[in-house]
Design a protein around this ligand. Structure first.
Ligand code: NDP
Length: 461
């Protein structure tokens, strides 16, 4: 008789957990995965995927407006929130079903319920499939949860991104707190759908960590789309009034809204997992501490994805899960390289970014060459719109390698995926330029920037 019920027990059927459990099971291992909510995790159920549908839905207003400049008659159309949410839920259920099927086809046993680690090899599941099981190896892939500042009076009245996918109606007015990915994405979504949007961010400019030109450019573009951006403050208090909610900002401004959405970060979902009972240590941010092979401080327990707070992106969780399975079940020691991971922000216009910002480049290499262009994409220039696209290359001066690419504008997420290949390969600026332009596209600017850009503070025009 086997020593344990399973070779691998995975807690959490999100992006990382599903990939790891399928790959492990396909090696012939006996694998189970526990999920307390719906299979697919944040990405599929209340993150990337439904968010992208909302972005698509909201972009139509912009397309309709542009269409008139191209000779189409005025588009008279209205948006029905309920119709959209129902259709979105049907599609999410279909996708979640595919995940379930894929687990089944790989031979992974799916247990519905909440798992708690009770001992180095023992897991208790409560809920639909309640039982206690043993496993040789355990993988923690429970992800993160929205985090709000609990100390703010009235915080119980606000919503987070989890709720934004399920609102009963489209808010006429919404205040969004935060300046990160989720805040700017939802600002664009709600503005496109017709809400009056105010974005409140405590810092000097949104999207801390991104290239400064990108931050400034996007803030300007958001305002062009009618989003009110208030910087340098955050709410002291949230008040519920007979007509809605009021955010009392530190600078004395009162922002009234039907909904207040807090997008103030996410934190690892480790509460009640039983980690302390088996010696799985957390780092200073409350994330599970892991080494390059996703091994925790407990010998037979690993962790992947947002619960480890390395780079909190779906494809990263998938690669970490795959690397774990390769190492532990295919005798092929693999670790995921977290350098030069590209990301996209589905703001409107969207951002694509890979590698170092200009400031990071200067810190790391001392001298960098910057190539930068700002232009009106031809589709919108034709329509007389003021929307502008930004493209920027950060080039290490000595080696001439392109170490950062930053794009704000239509199709930036699609472009950055390809640019990431060249950056990952360490291609030089001359190698980029040796690729002939594809015309007429916006992307051709990436291989036709010849003049170095010198920022004003460094003596440029
Ligand atoms: P982020 O960490 O990106 O942004 C959080 C924002 O909230 C920051 O602007 C932060 O300010 C601000 N903030 C934090 N605490 C407070 C507070 N107490 N009061 C006021 N403001 C506060 O988190 P998100 O929630 O936007 O997203 C979580 C993660 O999910 C992202 O980091 C990303 O990894 C992932 N994600 C990726 C997406 C994509 O790939 N397109 C889309 C959505 C999410 P400050 O900068 O000053 O700290």
């Amino acid at each position: 008789m086997a020593e344990y019920d399973y070779d691998l027990f995975v807690i959490g059927a999100g992006s990382g957990g599903v990939r790891a459990s399928r790959l492990a099971a396909m090696s012939g291992a006996k694998v189970a995965v526990a999920e307390e909510y719906r299979v697919g995790g944040t990405c599929v159920i209340r993150g990337c995927v439904p968010k992208k549908f909302m972005v698509y839905a909201s972009e139509f207003a912009h397309h309709f407006k542009t269409a008139e400049s191209y000779g189409w008659s005025k588009v008279e159309s209205s948006f029905d929130w309920k119709t959209f949410i129902e259709a979105k839920d049907v599609e999410i259920a279909r996708l979640s079903g595919i995940y379930v099927r894929n687990l089944h086809n790989a031979g992974v046993e799916l247990l519905h319920g909440r798992a708690t680690i009770k001992g180095p090899h023992t897991i208790e599941i409560t809920g639909n499939d309640a039982r206690t099981v043993t496993a040789k190896k355990i993988l923690i892939a429970v992800g993160g949860r929205p985090s709000v500042p609990e100390e703010i009076p009235g915080i119980e009245h606000v919503i987070t991104s989890d709720d934004a996918f399920q609102l009963d109606s489209l808010p006429k007015r919404i205040v969004i707190i935060g300046g990160g990915y989720i805040a700017v994405e939802f600002a664009g979504i709600f503005a496109g759908l017709g809400s009056e949007v105010t974005l409140v961010y405590r810092g000097a400019n949104i999207l801390r960590g991104f290239d400064d030109d990108v931050r400034e450019h996007l803030a300007g573009e958001l305002e062009k789309r009618g989003i009110r951006v208030i910087l340098g403050c955050s709410p002291d208090k949230i008040e519920k009034t007979p007509t809605g909610l009021v955010a009392h900002l530190g600078n004395g401004i009162l922002c009234e809204a039907d909904q207040i959405l807090y997008a103030t970060g996410r934190k690892p979902h480790v509460d009640g997992l039983g980690l302390e009972t088996v010696g799985v240590e957390l780092n200073e941010n409350g994330a599970v501490k892991v080494d390059d092979h996703s091994r925790t401080t407990a010998e037979n327990i690993w962790a992947v994805g947002d619960v480890t707070d390395r780079i909190n992106l779906t494809p990263v969780a998938i690669r970490e899960g795959a690397a774990f399975a390769q190492t532990e079940f295919y005798n092929n020691p693999t670790s995921f390289d977290h350098d030069n991971v590209a990301s996209a922000v589905f703001s409107q216009p969207p951002i694509g970014s890979v590698g170092l910002s200009e400031a990071e480049g200067r810190r790391k290499f001392g001298k960098v060459d910057i190539y930068r262009t700002v232009f009106r994409p031809m589709k919108y220039a034709f329509a007389g719109a003021e929307e502008r696209c930004l493209m920027k290359l950060v080039v290490e001066a000595e080696s001439q390698k392109v170490v950062g690419v930053h794009i704000v504008g239509p199709d930036a997420p699609e472009m950055i995926q390809l640019a990431a290949i060249a950056v990952k390969m360490g291609a030089t600026k001359a190698q980029w330029d040796s690729a002939c332009a594809v015309h007429p596209t916006a992307a051709e600017e990436l291989v036709t920037m010849r003049e170095k850009y010198v920022p004003q503070e460094l003596g440029g025009a």
